[in-house]
Write a protein that binds this ligand. Sequence first.
Ligand code: OSB
Ligand code: MG
Length: 366
Amino acid sequence: MKIERVQLSVIKMALKSPFENALEKVVEREAIMLEVTDKDGVTGYGEAIAFSTPWYTEETVRTCFHILKDVLIPLLMKKPIFHPKEVSERFRAVRRNHMAKAGIETAIWDLYAKKKGIPLWKLIGGTRETVAAGVAVGSHDTAEALRQIESFLGDGYERVKVKIKPGHDESFIREIRRNFPDLALMADANSAYTLEDLPQLEKLDRYGLMMIEQPLAADDIVDHALLQKQLKTPVCLDESIVTYHDAESALRLGSFRVLNIKIGRVGGLWPAIRLHDLCAARGIPVWCGGMIEFGISRAFNLALASLPGFTIPGDISASSRFWEKDIIVPEIKVENGKIQLSNESGIGFGLNQAYMEKVRIYKEVF
Ligand code: OSB
Ligand code: MG
């Protein structure tokens, strides 16, 4: 594949309702959509999922735009690529900037699968034709969270995640359990605790949570290992695992029993597949995380979650979870708690160009 044209579009859209966690209240979402075209005129789509501000990781929409424009796109256009696996290797001398890398690496996967005429999920070895839908509730108001859970269960979601933080944990979870005794429930703390909160975290052990996600600091796999030894509830890592080596080290220490894999956080689809393979070999279940993203990123999440090790329903929801109208055609729908994988080639979804015109705030072509 010889890449001849790359278009970056910054888009902006309001969420249907704000999404709140321990660190940020997300009201509006910006993201970068990538359209990568080769010399035969075939186009692959990608999405860079950094937020407007660096609360989740250090990247932002603007750092991604800079790294894509000034570093990654020139590296990619310099010489042909024969397989999408090579993209991560080509970016080896660029430190971190994983969401920028993943945005363009995923577009190359879509392009490659389209040229081969096969669905991306089949190309990467996916084994399931439907993916279980899970949803994250982003409200710290107990009554509002209960209302949302009720409504998501009505939509058919099979698993619910809620956000916790100090002062908003045990009584919140107790109330959810009282209302939904059999709900497949997990809690995500986005690093809001330290080991000093151990007594409070131990109280959560009583509520049959599937797991507690990222309770401690992003760069603290040692404390997570100490915490996991004290808890019956499995610890799941998100922010802490950014590289393959992070996962190997954390496995050695026993810092987690479940892994949340996000393509953007780990630098691309190939790094995500390698983490899946590592965890599968160690008997560690994985699930696909979400980033309040638009449809292109959702489509890659679906393909990833078709791999055999993704045995836990992820934060994989319908286009309508956050958006009045998504930028892809067709939109992603949940039916009977599942999302059907597409049999079209590549990611199986296209960009709604007329709608892109409306939500785009900036565009540049290389
Ligand atoms: O920590 O998993 C997270 C959303 C944005 C950034 C980080 C996280 C989240 C979510 C919800 O928890 C994900 C979603 O449903 O899109
Ligand atoms: Mg998380």
